[in-house]
Design a protein around this ligand. Structure first.
Ligand code: GTP
Length: 336
């Protein structure tokens, strides 16, 4: 038997990102900067490292933001194209729509565009190929599974899939990275909203398809809330989480890691200012005397006035924070 390893991938980046308002009013969630680069870049570089040659970004909300940054993918060593949904088609509809642009045959890796994961994609591919699966889901365990898709399993086989429920039967959850055979994608009804979580997976189980789970316990984080986004920054900068793209960024000359904070080289920071762990200080930022910045993201060319104290907050590019301002868990400068 010839085992075909996936060469192509689809990245689901078309969601509204409502839990991240107001950060996502003008920037789609996957384009938010995480540890100095758009989140999607971490995922594209991970896909390339696992042998993926072409990737389709399945876009909808603020679709026009992606292509100017990623182009045809040449800069990232991977072929990138863009599927645009005029109105959002849901996760399944997005997969069907994007698959039409893929040029190679064989199974397809699907990534949710908002998951930071160190799982071994090679091992997931191996399981898929060796067990002749129809779909193989990456699964992880969490203490409280109520906000996720929860599975029950028999060895590697998924027996039930339940999207977000009050009393989950296990704590094994859908970690948002799938390998789909082409036949399964071809069976997704075209041109309408389809959710893989609510429709495709339950139907595959009901029809006794070979739906497998690759369970692993490596670093995993859904970056969909402000607190999680700050945690992703903190974890990448302090090497709790790993990303090839972040390693490459550190080899360049744009940013320096200072303790567990990331600071752009051209940022002007008064020597009396304190920048604490998990903070990201972008290019062109000016931080005045006596400022304390703790676990916060400061956008490009923002100015932080004398004596200001910011904790777990987000400051949009170009925003001026007045002298003496004190804030915790707030957003500044993000609007329609
Ligand atoms: P919230 O509104 O905060 O729940 O975020 P979200 O819109 O991103 O939704 P969710 O986290 O459930 O989506 C999971 C992944 O699928 C994300 O990467 C989304 O970008 C993506 N996604 C969700 N719905 C669609 C869709 O209709 N089309 C496309 N292309 N992607 C989608």
């Amino acid at each position: 038997m010839v085992i075909q390893k996936p060469k192509s991938a689809i990245l689901l980046v078309g969601g509204l990102g409502t839990r991240l308002h107001p950060l996502t009013l003008q920037t789609p969630k996957p384009m938010l900067s995480v540890a100095g680069i758009p989140f999607t870049e971490h995922q594209i570089v991970k896909a390339r490292a696992a042998g993926i040659k072409e990737i389709v970004l399945a876009t909808s909300y603020l679709a026009e933001v992606f292509e100017p940054y990623f182009g045809n993918g040449e800069r990232f060593g991977i072929e990138i194209s863009y599927a645009v949904e005029e109105s959002a088609l849901g996760t399944g509809g997005a997969i069907a729509n994007a698959a039409a642009l893929l040029q190679s045959d064989g199974p397809v890796v699907i990534f949710n565009g908002d998951v930071l994961s160190s799982h071994d994609l090679h091992a997931q591919m191996e399981l898929h190929a060796s067990q002749n699966a129809d779909v193989t889901l990456h699964l992880t365990t969490v203490p409280d599974a109520r906000a996720y898709g929860v599975v029950e399993m028999d060895d590697v086989r998924i027996l039930t899939f339940n999207e977000k429920m009050e009393n989950p039967p296990t704590n094994i959850i859908n970690a948002g990275c799938y390998i789909f055979n082409r036949e399964v994608i071809a069976a997704i009804p075209p041109g309408r909203v389809v959710s893989v979580e609510r429709e495709t997976f339950p139907e595959l189980i009901a029809s006794h398809a070979n739906l497998l789970g690759y369970v692993d316990s490596s670093y995993w984080l859904d970056i969909g809330t402000p607190a999680a986004l700050l945690q992703a920054n903190r974890d990448l900068i302090s090497a709790v989480a790993y990303s090839d793209a972040f390693s490459h960024l550190m080899e360049g000359s744009e940013f320096t890691r200072v303790g567990s904070a990331l600071i752009a080289h051209d940022a002007q920071i008064d020597p009396s200012a304190i920048i604490r762990a998990g903070s990201l200080i972008s290019r062109g930022v000016k931080v005045h005397s006596g400022v304390v910045i703790d676990g916060s993201v400061i956008g490009e060319s923002a100015q932080i006035g004398e004596g200001a104290r910011l904790k777990e907050s987000f400051v949009a590019a170009g925003t001026k924070i007045p002298n003496g301002f004190i804030a915790e868990s707030e957003f500044f400068g993000f609007s329609d």
